[in-house]
Design a protein. Sequence first.
Length: 404
Amino acid sequence: MIILVINCGSSSIKYQLLDMKNDEEYDLLAKGLVEKIGLPEGCLSHRPTGKDRYEVELPIPDHKVGIQLVLDALVDREHGVVDSFEDIQAVGHRVVQGAEYFSGSALVDDDVIRKIEACCDFAPLHNPANLLGIRAMQNVLPSVPQVVTFDTAFHQTMEPHAYMYALPYEYYEKYGIRRYGAHGTSHQYVSQRGAKLAGLDLNNSRIITCHIGNGSSITAVRNGKCIDTSMGFTPLEGMIMGTRCGNIDASIVPYLMKKENLTPDQITGILNKKSGFLGISGVSSDCRDMLALADKGDKKADTVLKKLINDVAKLVGGYVAEMNGVDLIVFTAGIGENNPRVRSWICEKFGYLGITIDPEANKNSGEETIISTPDSKVKVAMIPTNEELVIARDTMHIAASLKA
Ligand code: ADP
């Protein structure tokens, strides 16, 4: 089944066209990115498998035009990979926030749209953009089933003691203030792949997944289900990230607002966009820059890296306690997949768990690998994440059930 996976941001559209043979096997037909929607100089970068990359710069006023551009590229005689729009059998959309409405993927209908709209308050930058993508696609391909997959859905199995904040209960009831988590599709995928690679029975396992990228979160997965995760009401909670502060004393927020005369939007911007690696180092949100600077003796970059390692160690340690042990720790995302040094620094903190790392295996990037030694008490794996595959799989199942 040919499935188009769409990930809409406020000014961008990422896409992949996959030919799904079954849950595990698929061909990637094309992938690409539309950027700078709404700006004078938009661009499309289209990468068809087995053909030359195609790039074009032109104004892209809105998401509908962007989606049309993607579809035109997919069927283009020179750069296309399918003959006509009819070849696209279903579309899967990534949606950031599904709150308590969604614990799995769903076929788009009016009720689903209303619920995604209702979640916009919790993800004001993301959900409205996701909706734009869904509406634009409905407009252009009205008879093709549209499915939505939520970043929060995998975390809906958390129990109240994991998802509640110790705030007055009425705020949960009135405003839905609780922990929702994020990166759920990634945690779900890498925990399942990791269990397979490590020879574990997923339904009888304790796995901790470390998604460490520009945004980062750690999740405790017991018997295949999320029991706790480090991101919270929004993706701001948890560990230090590229530009997000992670956990801080909440009193800092009103204190800073008063001292610096900041509006709610300004403080939100500081915590989300000007903090983290960028905030402490003052120069970059990129982990590679932190490593290069620390190597040259930069104290702030060194603090960033040590805080990153410490934050991961504290979260993993907490989840080991929650699950009364751990069978497998998985690293994924930009930093987790690509940096052996960071992985080994983190794992040095896990000596008390009887973890030992195989330095040769740990050199690997980009390929699923067990990086612990055979006698390590807990297995450690590196699994490249593949959120698009999870979205395509769910979309395939939901679309196939319509035909049955
Ligand atoms: P996003 O959260 O935007 O999806 P990614 O998962 O792509 O981000 O992660 C981006 C981060 O991964 C950046 O901080 C980047 O520096 C880091 N990264 C990518 N490759 C490496 C590498 N080889 N070593 C260290 N960090 C890396």
